[in-house]
Design a protein around this ligand. Sequence first.
Ligand SMILES: [Zn+2]
Length: 286
Amino acid sequence: MTWFKRQRVEIETSGEKTVRTEGLWVKCEGCRQIIWKKDLEDNLNVCPKCDKHFRIDARTRLAQLLDDQNYEQLDGNLVSIDPLNFVDLKAYSSRLTQAQADTGLNDAVITARGRLNGRDVIVSAMEYSFIGGSMGAVVGESITRGVETALEARLPIIIVSASGGARMMEGVISLMQLAKISAALSRLDDARIPYISVLTDPTTGGVTASFAMLGDLNIAEPGALIGFAGPRVIQDTIRQKLPEGFQRSEFLLEHGMLDAVVPRKELKGYIDRALSFMQVPAPHGS
Ligand SMILES: [Zn+2]
């Protein structure tokens, strides 16, 4: 006798749904208009008609934020070892191989060093199309090393989140990353080095519950889904209908969970101004 049976179909862990990679035209989910893909790309993947912010991949994000689209990738050689030999309907190892082939990345983050308006910075950008941007040991280690590099070199760090949360295929090892990154950020805080968290669509689960909300400044792109548990779980728990726009950037800003909602076009300039404001010269001998 089986104790339980999985009813639903296989979990979809690869592939980007909102921006199609083929064809010259894209239908905007915000305004339902057909947009020429080149127009969309020229506009930083923001709909020129309704301002909907499309999801972008980690490389595009780094190119948008860093000068001359130029950066040095750190720790790109880290790979997951599938510590639990996890299998649901498909082996985790084959999901990893597939995601690596689809994205050309080893895992769901790129940590890099580059310049933002001439200022040296560390940036960790998450890749949503790699198993839902989920955080396992590699994402946790890459971000932690990014924070530690920032600490050693006394450089500000910017973490751009796009994640469904902790990676269930690595179980408790994923959850340990929450504590590990938070501890590293606490050391950064003690050293008075700025950390700016940029929350993009979507930022949920363990990522929201840890580093994404620990920035000296927590800013989000317009319309991004940001939350811990999903709306259905919350609705069933509190037995109340959720308000309009719940778990979107603007709602969170209004309720004091974010410091600002910044359109993609203004993001680089905004971060630059914030860093000029925050960064005090390092006192000698500290
Ligand atoms: Zn639109």
